[in-house]
Design a protein around this ligand. Sequence first.
Ligand SMILES: NC(=O)c1ccc[n+]([C@@H]2O[C@H](COP(=O)([O-])OP(=O)(O)OC[C@H]3O[C@@H](n4cnc5c(N)ncnc54)[C@H](OP(=O)(O)O)[C@@H]3O)[C@@H](O)[C@H]2O)c1
Length: 283
Amino acid sequence: MSRILVTGATGNAARHLPGKLLAAGHSVRVLVHRTPGTELDRRIETVAGDLTDAGSLPAALDGIDQVFLVTVGDGAAAFAKAAAAHPELRVLLLSSKAVVNTEFAGFDNPIYRKHLLAEQQLAELGVPLATLRPGGLASNALRWAPGIREHSRVQALFPELAAPLLDPDDLAAVAALILNAGVDAHRGATYTLTGPEVVTVADQVEILSAVLGRPLELVRLTEEEALTALARTQPPEFVRDYIPVQRRYLATTPAVHGTVAELLGRPARTFREWAYANAFRFG
Ligand SMILES: NC(=O)c1ccc[n+]([C@@H]2O[C@H](COP(=O)([O-])OP(=O)(O)OC[C@H]3O[C@@H](n4cnc5c(N)ncnc54)[C@H](OP(=O)(O)O)[C@@H]3O)[C@@H](O)[C@H]2O)c1
């Protein structure tokens, strides 16, 4: 059994992981940033820290064998600096399919940049490393939850935008499989992860409507409206690149990867399955 530090565990991508590691008998510590982690199982240890501040990380890394590392800010420079004092560490990095998406070529999009930088910084650190590159997550639909709860309405710039959305529970199952075996057993491996089928935004709204048992209105935003909404939560570089990158996505046929099924020995979960499991979050 291993002593594992999970970062990003209060977020959408990694929230299912600590429970799976605990169930497998590992000793689990979660790095707590702004969200207090009060909803976590009380057998999970919490330690405060900021992945952009190397000086805040020694207590979190103390006594740890393996780390599940999310990428925040501008890469993983602070983590790499702190981890240099722990050559015994093994790291499973949560990167993104964005690093190999040609749709991003020529853009300075911060999502693409932070993951590329993190992969490079950890390779330079030289610790045993395995990397997950998921595409878009089904849980991104939670951004529509307030509009669905309050107005039974979803607003989108490109309702025809299509992606093979990945259930974050499958992402956690793959991460747990690797950490259970030990990162050494997957050293140097890079896994591109997607869901089993391509769904458009319009498909997702139709599925959510069927699962929730009530009609949902899908409203197409103008580019100006979409950019105004995005600017409330995203940095200017992201907003600047957003529409050109989305247009490139529209022009491509997104690929489904079979990696989740190959690793887990069962099919990856569909967006519909995710929607049934998470219907309560849409009210
Ligand atoms: N969503 C997708 O479709 C998708 C696809 C591929 C890859 N990814 C990548 O997966 C990662 C996590 O995404 P997500 O969807 O889970 O995001 P999220 O829901 O916003 O969660 C981010 C997590 O990281 C923590 N965090 C943020 N800044 C931190 C810092 N400075 N120090 C320590 N912890 C910090 C947050 O804790 P606090 O809330 O306490 O700050 C939270 O637990 C990101 O790197 C994202 O680019 C996401």
